[in-house]
Design a protein around this ligand. Structure first.
Ligand SMILES: Nc1ncnc2c1ncn2[C@@H]1O[C@H](COP(=O)(O)OP(=O)(O)OP(=O)(O)O)[C@@H](O)[C@H]1O
Length: 298
């Protein structure tokens, strides 16, 4: 039985040639949740994922992984007990690729204490990954699918997918999301999905970490983040009148109807005013908040 792990970073910095890729990060990833690790290109997501998985030694500060059958907090770097329980799947693969798929599957089965062979077989069938083909001869999408299979079937108490599924086409990615949710419901564990494609994964996430230029912008449950703003939909003139004075995150117009996403709290008096004006109030989209918080100009 997999028991989810808790991850903490304390004052974590990683530098390349003196330039910080991660800058004094203090984080806590709660056990048994699906976390989104979000940030623009170059924000430090892959560096953080690699450091959490023990692939990289921090330059300052530390990573601590605890709970489950690990018990007290331990650092992952050069620690085989921790790293056998932490599965990082990256687009690059990190596997020998002049060997058939079945070799990589056998290796994972030998190294992963919670490996589920039935699940692996089922997923290889569903993603149509041929067991006897050499990994280097697989298409990019099938290589990604192999990574997804190894990540899910490892049932590692901390499983990190670092944009490893982006090589797959949309139906395969949707299958990955479905299989991830189904297996996570059966065997809860701590999952991290690193991505800049926020809208695609936002419905699955329970908590998010947003990085920008190696620094922590925010760490928050998704619901709390969505509560930081609202979308107002209705007749364009009424929406414009109501949203004047708010920070506008996004606007969309279809004929006479407009949807404006704003930052800020809507108290009960404002909500009543909106209803009286015939406006509908909805939650703010994670993508809009992400764009705002990381300063992307749309
Ligand atoms: N091996 C390396 N050598 C030198 N600099 C690196 C190395 N790996 C990452 N960096 C730098 O560290 C910073 C963070 O990169 P990282 O790959 O962690 O970002 P990312 O958020 O995963 O980006 P992307 O979404 O583009 O994959 C970038 O400025 C990058 O150029």
């Amino acid at each position: 039985m997999t028991a989810a792990l808790t991850v903490r970073t304390e004052d974590l910095s990683v530098r390349f040639a003196g330039v910080p890729a991660l800058d004094r990060l203090d984080l806590r990833l709660a056990p048994g949740k699906i976390h989104g690790l979000l940030g623009r290109n170059g924000s430090g997501k892959s560096t953080l994922a690699a450091t959490l998985a023990g692939f990289r030694r921090p330059d300052e500060g530390r990573v601590l992984i605890e709970g489950g059958d690990l018990g007290a907090a331990q650092e992952p770097y050069e620690n085989a007990v921790v790293t056998s329980r932490v599965c990082l799947i990256r687009e690059a693969g990190d596997r020998p690729d002049a060997v058939p798929v079945k070799y990589a599957v056998g290796l994972a089965a030998a190294l992963r204490p919670y490996w589920d062979a039935d699940l692996a077989g089922d997923l290889l069938d569903r993603f149509e990954v041929p067991l006897n083909k050499k990994i280097q001869k697989l298409s990019r999408g099938k290589k990604s699918a192999l990574g997804v299979v190894l990540g899910l079937a490892s049932r590692a108490p901390l499983t990190i997918f670092d944009e490893s599924y982006l090589g797959m086409d949309v139906p395969s990615r949707n299958l990955f999301y479905d299989m991830l949710l189904a297996d996570y419901a059966e065997v809860p564990r701590t999952i991290v999905l690193s991505t800049h494609l926020v809208s695609e994964v936002s419905a699955m996430l329970e908590e998010v970490v947003i990085l920008d230029q190696g620094r922590l912008v925010t760490q928050s449950p998704v619901d709390a983040l969505r509560g930081r703003g609202a979308s107002i939909v209705g007749p364009a003139a009424a929406v414009d009148e109501f949203t004047a004075g708010f920070t506008v995150l996004a606007e969309e117009r279809l004929g006479g109807t407009k949807s404006t996403t704003v930052l800020g709290d809507l108290d009960p008096a404002l909500l009543a005013q909106a209803t009286a004006a015939g406006l509908e109030i909805g939650p703010v989209g994670l993508q809009d908040l992400f764009v705002h918080l990381t300063g992307v100009k749309s």
